[in-house]
Ligand binder design. Sequence first.
Ligand code: NDP
Length: 444
Amino acid sequence: MSYVSEVLSRVRMRNPAEPEFIQAVEEVLQTLEPVLEKFPEYEEARLLERLVEPERQILFRVAWEDDQGEVHVNRGFRVQFSSAIGPYKGGLRFHRSVNLGIVKFLAFEQIFKNSLTGLPIGGAKGGSDFDPRGKSDRDVMRFCQSFMTELYRHIGPVMDVPAGDIGVGSREIGYLFGQYKRIRSVHEGALTGKGIHYGGSLVRKEATGYGLVYFMSEALNSRGKSFKDATVTVSGSGNVAIYATEKAQELGAKVIAMSDSDGFIYDESGIELETVKRIKEIERGRIKEYVKYHPSSCYTEGSRGIWTLRADIALPCATENELDRESAETLVSNGCYAVGEGANMPCTPEAIQVFRDNGVLVGPAKAANAGGVACSALEMSQNSIRTFWSFEDVDAKLRSIMASIYQNASKAAREYGYGDNLVAGANIAGFLKVARAMMAQGIV
Ligand code: NDP
């Protein structure tokens, strides 16, 4: 049995209730065989066994009172997976589906993503099974305050710097930051994604979506293609989806569909993004309301239906495992030639296989959506040197980081015999830096 298979069967045995975590570990480790052959010292140092075990997992009770005086109890999580190359960094997710396995999968992915950015940040993730949907601002504030009343002891600018993710946007980061500051009496960069007027960075809001499109542009260019005049479908209508749509449209693409967890809208003449922003960012409404403003568009119940539409490029930007084998087959038969993962692990392994078998370009999440965390690291830099960079400066840095992530993933894939497989290339390029740091730091 190979070293990788041995470690994988141990991971399956030790984490039976965490299918998403097992899926993420399998996806990475299975591509590392040629690296482990080249560096047998990694096996001797039991590097993989250490890599798949979080350095620290924090679970806590979050009790809070709603507007009606009713008491609720949620679970809080922070998984500090790896600090090999820098302080822990990774978002917080507030969604009813959050459990330890989900947080572990996201934190594990974050290790390689953060390494790929070329910046000194380790991997972590956190969140709660709290569902902000339909809650008042005051409910959300009281929840965030209670959540931070425990989390503050575990974070800080050189220790662990959380950011947003699903259900955690600028409103939540504001409340979390306010409570951190109140407890610690320090105004420091312990969170990223902050408002511009109190330590945030320009471009952070747009960074994941813009970065996805920058990454895909590089990859498409290498195949003589681009976003110009391409038809694009974007799943989700949250932070990543909105800004991926904005940049794709700016580059001349026609985005014809977006979704939320209830269903999707189709607008043949191209999505009017200002309407989506108003519905989602200001009114916090549902995507189906788009049809009210654009009667020639249509709304269909069920979010997966978005993959039945004919599109050149698909950008899944909603959630994990949202695009399965059947959807992948439909996309391929409708002529789709590129898929850029804006969400984390949105394509199932079977879907990725369908794309590979049919020569579809796949931009894997840990490379393609690394723009958000890269910009967060730029926010950390600005906070620590107490400065504020212009939009153009940060955007140029983001663009250059995304281009170099593409180059590094592509080079690693070729070097280790994977041809143009960016999924394998991203895993290898991300892994190598972490592995070297772990070897240098001894058995810890
Ligand atoms: P948001 O909360 O802003 O938006 C999430 C969107 O996805 C919403 O439209 C939501 O719809 C939809 N969605 C959630 N669950 C499902 C589901 N089961 N089926 C269909 N649609 C669903 O989150 P983000 O945009 O921040 O995050 C989206 C993805 O991108 C996540 O995988 C996240 O981990 C990843 N990511 C985010 C980064 C960031 O900077 N924000 C950075 C890197 C990755 P509804 O309103 O109905 O729930």
